[in-house]
Design a protein around this ligand. Structure first.
Ligand code: TPP
Ligand code: SF4
Length: 287
């Protein structure tokens, strides 16, 4: 049994102008996102990436937990599941096992994926089930008004860290790689065309693919911290705080201080969970 939902994989190419309307559930608009929120930019990159794969909307399932980012599936015309905070990956795992031909894409925030959902995250990566996990990383719990998350940088203000967070942070990509994900990448909302390509590569990878997507919450993170809620300055920070992998490889550790590399940081192959499960079932049933 094939676990790949991709009916037709066409080479990636940019398409402009792009008609988003066929992917949007217009009856669900207006959306809840604040002006300047990065989540809408990421959604547009995701839709263009999905379109570039040539997959049918019926072959795709978007699964999310709870959070501003997790509201995404409500607005788009795919098979969609809006589940419980932190549990998107558990639902996605069950869905993929039941319907292995679906291309499952999980939309999750840094709080949803790495705090309450952290255990699901590491075990999803370990299993290498064929699914794509998009972590919308805005360094804070947006929906519940700005509590600190596992990616809130040290020293930065949150409603639960009024004098600056003293907790060391998770690096989503290092965590995913160490846990066994076979495709690990980082992008930003600022680099939205590059992000589209990165998401395309993640979706067409066979196995667990994780993309850490740096985006912005001007309403809480921006307002509490020195960017003062200015969404433009937050987007500039995404530009200046990251370098392409090619650039990063030429830089010294000192030059990389305060910067993160973008692009595909890790890619490998190993057995995919649903295929291994199918083999096991065949053996157990004497097929
Ligand atoms: C079991 C449970 N605990 C807590 C909450 C409250 N809650 C809803 S969203 C959220 C955090 C969302 O932050 P994140 O996942 O980073 O997404 P963002 O809103 O920033 O996009 C929390 C704590 C909940 N809904 N359910
Ligand atoms: S609270 Fe933050 S994360 Fe939520 S919609 Fe507003 S800007 Fe976006």
């Amino acid at each position: 049994m094939s676990t790949q939902a991709v009916a037709r994989t066409v080479p990636y190419k940019e398409k402009a102008p792009f008609d988003y309307s066929s992917y949007i559930r217009k009856g669900k608009l207006p959306h809840i996102w604040c002006p300047g929120c990065g989540h809408g930019i990421v959604l547009k990159s995701l839709l263009r990436a999905i379109d570039a794969t040539g997959m049918s909307k019926d072959d795709i399932a978007l699964v999310s937990g709870i959070g501003c980012s997790s509201r995404t599936p409500g607005y788009v015309d795919f098979n969609t599941l809006h589940t419980l905070h932190g549990r998107a990956l558990a639902y996605a795992t069950g869905l993929k096992l039941a319907k292995p031909k679906l291309k499952v894409i999980v939309i999750t925030g840094d709080g949803d994926a790495l705090a309450i959902g952290g255990n699901h995250f590491i075990h999803t990566c370990r299993r290498n089930m064929d699914m794509t996990v998009l972590v919308y990383n805005n360094y804070i719990y947006g929906m519940t008004s700005g509590q600190s998350s596992p990616t809130t940088p040290q020293g930065m203000i949150a409603t639960t860290a009024r004098y600056g967070s003293i907790e060391p942070t998770f690096d989503t990509c290092n965590l995913a790689k160490a846990s066994g994900a076979t495709f690990v990448a980082r992008g930003t909302a600022y680099h939205c065309q590059e992000l589209e390509k990165t998401i395309y590569d993640a979706i067409t990878h066979k196995g667990t693919s994780v993309v850490d997507i740096l985006d912005s919450c001007p309403t809480y993170y921006g307002r509490f911290n020195k960017v003062k809620g200015n969404s433009e300055l937050m987007v500039v920070a995404e530009k200046e705080g990251t370098v392409s992998l090619a650039q990063a490889e030429k830089m010294t550790p000192e030059q990389m201080q305060g910067k993160l590399a973008r692009g595909v940081l890790h890619k490998t192959e190993r057995p995919e969970y649903c295929e291994e499960y199918e083999k096991l079932m065949a053996k157990a049933q004497g097929r």
